[in-house]
Design a protein. Structure first.
Length: 184
């Protein structure tokens, strides 16, 4: 965490991710881009920092240890509706992208995202209608992964409840969720 004098003109950016090395690297890069970066590695610390620093911006990982970044997006948006929140994840899915936007995030980026991509997303005011739809349908494996994410989201991240809804053993679901998503 950057504990420098916060009375300067740098906007405060809250960075929350359980990957300490990634936070340090991204935090340093964002500091060089004129942000006062506050770093947390869990939801409790993130909420305490948010209350202390009143961040203008937040970059939140989807999976923070065993906790959901979606819950943090919801709580940060409730604390200050003007905080511009970016959801960042290595486990991108349609379900989590939609939910993060509904909960108050302004953008959704997949890892690895560069500091420049984060800054661009933080300041982007509109969507991009020129984005081309894919020519290829999703693979069966990707469709399965998307469906698992959707059901998990519907059950507020509760793996046991999602496994019951999917008529699947909890460990099987955990194993499938632990894998990185299949590319399109």
């Amino acid at each position: 965490m950057n504990n420098e004098d916060t009375s300067n003109d740098k906007p405060v950016l809250l960075l929350v991710d359980d990957d300490e090395v990634y936070c340090e690297v991204l935090g340093d890069a964002l500091t060089k881009r004129n942000y006062d970066v506050a770093i947390a590695h869990n939801l409790k610390d993130a909420l305490q920092l948010a209350a202390q620093t009143e961040p203008e911006y937040a970059v939140i990982d989807l999976r923070i240890g065993t906790e959901s970044g979606l819950e943090l997006v919801k709580q940060l948006a409730a604390l200050d509706e003007n905080t511009r929140i970016i959801m960042l994840t290595g486990y991108a899915s349609v379900a989590t992208a939609v939910e993060s936007i509904k909960l108050g995030a302004v953008h959704y980026l997949t890892k690895p995202a560069t500091a420049d991509e984060v800054v661009t997303a933080l300041h982007r005011k509109e969507g991009d209608a020129s984005v081309e739809p894919s020519e290829q349908p999703l693979s069966v494996k990707r469709l399965e992964w998307e469906h698992l994410q959707k059901v998990l989201t519907e059950h507020d991240g509760n793996i046991s409840a999602a496994a019951r809804a999917l008529n699947m053993h909890r460990r099987t679901l955990q194993r499938k969720l632990a894998k990185h998503p299949v590319k399109e």
